[in-house]
Design a protein around this ligand. Structure first.
Ligand code: DC
Length: 210
């Protein structure tokens, strides 16, 4: 079974998707980490982020590896913590918007999804990567709450800079942030992680054979 979890930054996707995967005994696939790792590699090799063709080739040549310990690897380098920095937050939408990059990433994501029993989080999972996913969820939350959650993850950035970053990121991600027509939408503004996970788990159990 494939569980697709989409939504904007700060909606709670990662925490919810990881906890859900643990409860269900499913694998967890963080597609944002794949775009982040490619962005890290492009910067470290001084590849201009406007060059979609070159970035697509880079993605092809250096597949991102997400290991069982949830570490993220690219070009034999463990980039797990480097990809969670604010410079990557800011630059990843520039990389993720190139069609050449998306086509390589989506093909790889589909391959990984085909292995089955997986919770996949991203922006375009229910719409493009896995339109046949048995369970599709679109998480959202008020922007002020999303900013607050980001603040907890990136205490080094000031609140104002963070709010601006989030707004810019929403704008650049907007083209890909459409909920699938058959997605269940959950507003996580006033909910605990476990409440959200409970709701999705129920959807999954209802679709699992008895
Ligand atoms: O979820 P995240 O913040 O780690 O995502 C990082 C960036 O990658 C974000 O700008 C949106 C982009 N992204 C995407 O375009 N498609 C995906 N399936 C996942 C992430």
């Amino acid at each position: 079974m494939i569980v697709a979890i989409d939504g904007p930054a700060g909606a709670g996707k990662s925490t919810v998707a990881q906890r859900l995967a643990e409860r269900l005994g499913f694998r967890y696939l963080d597609t944002g980490a794949m775009y982040r790792a490619l962005t890290w590699l492009a910067i470290s090799r001084s590849v201009p982020l406007a060059q979609g063709e070159r970035l697509g080739e880079l993605a092809e040549e250096y597949p991102v590896i997400l290991d069982a310990q949830r570490r993220v690897w690219i070009a034999d380098t463990d980039v797990t913590s480097s990809i969670r920095k604010s410079d990557i937050d800011r630059l990843v939408p520039v990389v993720a918007r190139h069609p050449q990059v998306r086509s390589v990433m989506r093909a790889r994501q589909r391959e990984l999804a085909e292995e089955g029993d997986v919770v996949i989080e991203g922006r375009d999972i229910g719409t493009v990567v896995a339109p046949d996913a048995e369970v599709k969820v679109y998480l959202n939350a008020e922007r002020a709450v999303r900013a607050k959650r980001r603040m907890a993850e990136r205490p080094e950035i000031g609140a104002d800079a963070l709010a601006t970053d989030l707004r810019l990121r929403d704008e650049s991600d907007a083209a890909r942030m459409r909920p699938a027509e058959d997605a269940i939408q959950i507003d996580t503004t006033g909910l605990d992680v476990d409440d959200v996970v409970d709701q999705i788990e129920e959807l999954v159990r209802a679709r699992q054979p008895a």
